[in-house]
Design a protein around this ligand. Structure first.
Ligand SMILES: *Cc1c(COP(=O)(O)O)cnc(C)c1O
Length: 393
C-alpha cells in the first residue's frame, strides 16, 4: 500500500496486480478457483492464506482484491470487502455484526431496501431498532443508550437530500460504544470523507457513481482490517453475496474517472440548481449548497460540495410532474443515480411507492417531487431540456 498518493493517483493505480505478462489494463481473473502446487500447499492455504493467495472466488479473487484495495485506499480504511450489490453491503455489514437482543439506532429517512432490512429483517432475528429523525441530534442523544451496538444512517438522504452530521452523530454513538455505520452513496466517495469524520464502517452501492455508467450492480463494505476480515469476511464468504470478478473489473475501470466525473457532475448540478431556483412553476428546489438549503453550512463543511443530486417540487402535483417528465428528451426517466446519463425519478410513484401517504409526506415526498441525478452531458443542454419540460407543465 502506498501512503502518500493523492486520490486521483490512487483511483488509477492503487491495488493493481500484474501477472507475468505485465498487462497494462487490470486483468479479469474469471476463475472460480485456484490450483495448488501440492496437497501440502492446499492444506497450508486453508490454514492461513497469504495476502496474494486465493482459495475460491466466493472468498476472494485477484480482480476483486484490486478493487477492494483501491476503494479502501481512497476511503481511508484499512480494508474493504466487495459485495454483489449495495444491498448485500448494507445487509451484510449489519447482519455480520449483530445478534439477537442487540440494539440499533437508525435515521428514518432511508433508501427503501435499507428500511426493509432494518424494519423487517433484523427485527425478525430479535434485533431492536429505534428510528430517529436523522437531523435531530437531541433525538440521537436520547436513543443511543449504554449497550447500543450500532447506529446506521445515510449521510445524505434519498430523495430530499437532508444531510446528517457525521461528526456529531459519531461523537454521540462513540460515547456509548456503538459502531457508526454510514451508507455514503448519495454523498459519493469523492465528496464525503466519512471515516475522517468519525464513521467506523462505510458502505456503498457501487452500482451508482463508482460504476458510473449504469452497467453492473455492486457494493462494498469499508472498515478496519479486524472488522472486515474477522467479522464481515466470514459472514459474506459463507452466505454468498460476494462480488464477481467481472463486476470488479467494471468497477476498477469506473474508478479511474470517478473523481473527474463526480466533480463535473456536481458542477453541472450546481448550475442546474441555480437555473431552477426561483422558477415560479416550482414550489421548492433542494440542492445542498444552495443558500436556501437549511444545511448549506453543513454541506460545505462535510462535503465541500453540493453533490451530484438535486430535487425539486413541481406545482400541480403528480399530473404536472408526469407532463414534465414525458416532455424530457435528453434526460431519461429511470431510477438509478450517479450515472453518466442524467436521470429524472418520480419517487412518490416509483422508489417510494410502497410507503403509505402519511409516511411519504413526513419524508417530504410530495406528489410533485422530482429527483434528478445529474450526469455528464453539457449543463446548458440539461437546463434547456428541463425548461422544455417545465414549459409542458
Ligand atoms: C442504490 C442504493 C442502495 C442499494 O444498492 P444496490 O446496488 O441497488 O443494491 C443502498 N443505499 C442507497 C442510499 C442507495 O442509493
Amino acid at each position: 500500500m502506498t501512503k502518500d498518493w493523492k486520490t486521483r493517483t490512487q483511483l488509477v493505480h492503487e491495488g493493481s496486480r500484474r501477472s507475468q505478462y505485465g498487462e497494462m489494463a487490470e486483468a479479469i481473473f474469471l476463475t472460480q478457483g485456484f490450483a495448488y502446487d501440492s496437497a501440502e500447499a492446499a492444506e497450508a492455504r486453508f490454514v492461513q492464506a497469504g495476502d496474494d493467495e486465493f482459495i475460491y472466488a466466493r472468498y476472494g479473487n485477484p480482480t476483486v482484491r484490486m478493487f477492494e484495495e483501491r476503494i479502501a485506499a481512497i476511503e481511508g480504511t484499512e480494508d474493504a470487502f466487495a459485495t454483489a450489490s449495495g444491498m448485500a453491503a448494507v445487509s451484510g455489514a449489519l447482519t455480520a455484526m449483530l445478534k439477537a437482543g442487540d440494539h440499533v439506532v437508525s435515521s428514518k429517512a432511508l433508501f427503501g431496501s435499507c428500511l426493509y432490512v432494518l424494519e423487517e429483517v433484523l427485527t425478525r432475528f430479535g434485533v431492536r431498532v429505534t428510528f430517529v429523525e436523522g437531523t435531530d441530534l437531541a433525538a440521537w442523544e436520547k436513543a443511543c443508550v449504554p449497550g447500543t451496538k450500532a447506529v446506521f444512517f445515510e449521510s445524505m438522504s434519498n430523495p430530499t437530500l437532508e444531510l446528517i452530521d457525521i461528526e456529531a452523530v459519531a461523537k454521540i454513538a462513540h460515547k456509548v460504544g456503538a459502531l457508526v455505520v454510514v451508507d455514503n452513496v448519495f454523498a459519493t466517495p469523492i465528496f464525503s470523507k466519512a471515516v475522517a469524520q468519525g464513521a467506523d464502517v462505510v458502505v456503498y452501492s457501487t452500482t451508482k457513481h463508482v460504476d458510473g455508467q449504469g452497467r453492473a450492480l455492486g457494493g462494498v463494505i469499508c472498515g478496519t482490517k479486524d472488522f472486515i476480515r474477522k467479522v464481515v469476511e466470514p459472514y459474506m464468504k459463507h452466505t454468498g453475496a460476494s462480488m464477481s470478478p467481472f463486476t470488479a473489473w467494471i468497477m476498477l475501470n469506473g474508478m479511474a474517472t470517478l473523481d473527474l466525473r463526480c466533480r463535473a457532475m456536481a458542477e453541472s448540478a450546481a448550475k442546474v440548481a441555480a437555473a431552477l431556483e426561483g422558477d415560479e412553476r416550482l414550489s421548492r428546489v433542494i440542492y445542498p449548497s444552495l443558500y436556501s438549503h437549511p444545511q448549506a453550512d453543513l454541506a460545505a463543511r462535510q462535503m465541500g460540495s453540493g453533490g451530484t443530486m438535486l430535487a425539486f417540487d413541481i406545482k400541480g402535483g403528480k399530473e404536472a410532474a408526469f407532463r414534465f417528465m414525458n416532455a424530457l428528451e435528453i434526460i431519461k426517466i429511470s431510477n438509478n443515480l450517479g450515472d453518466a446519463k442524467t436521470i429524472a425519478t418520480h419517487p412518490a410513484t416509483t422508489t417510494h411507492q410502497r410507503l403509505p401517504d402519511v409516511q411519504k409526506l413526513a419524508l417530504g415526498i410530495t406528489p410533485g417531487l422530482i429527483r434528478l441525478s445529474v450526469g455528464l452531458e453539457d449543463a446548458d443542454d440539461l437546463i434547456g431540456d428541463l425548461m422544455a419540460g417545465l414549459a409542458a407543465v
